[in-house]
Design a binder for this molecule. Sequence first.
Ligand code: MN
Length: 203
Amino acid sequence: MEYKLPNLNYSYDYLEPYIDSKTMEIHHTKHHKTYIDNLNKAIKSNLNLSNKSLEEILKLSKQDIFIKNNAGGVYNHNFFWNILGKNYKINDISFFIKDINKYFGSFENFKKNFTKVSLNHFGSGWIWLCISKNNELIIGSTPNQDNPLMPDSNIQGIPILGLDVWEHAYYLKYQNRRIEYIKSFWNIINWKYVENLYNKNKK
Ligand code: MN
């Protein structure tokens, strides 16, 4: 099957002023698109992959760095656009907030931990909130386009929230100020979508 660049559920300027329109447009039509095109190329030259789902490809991908980077890039960006939105309040998500409080003490503490991991992550990569194999909520980061579904990832689990900390995600507006980008991120999370992922995947 051929992968296609998914449409966003919102316009490029929808997340302004937190993420600027130009960044969204380039991120979607250039960066994300390149991962899609490369994954399609990889599938064409490796017929074993053509009948596999994207999740299955991620699980196999440690054998081939080109497939790993591009399948990760496709999965991570598909995921990222879906967890972004506006006007969602964490307090409206009562079931999820209960478990956030259980594992992190409070929502503020969760935010603090997630922000710390985001700042400490060196170079490009992603920061994740995951359901671990023990069914707990955990925070961790992955380099490049790795993600927690890959068997060789240093954090293992099912992602329910993710933040792209590649400079392409924020450099036009924030330059080297990753902290300001992270602060903005908290205003544009689709908590309803995150909670649905949590409910669907929690055992
Ligand atoms: Mn990106």
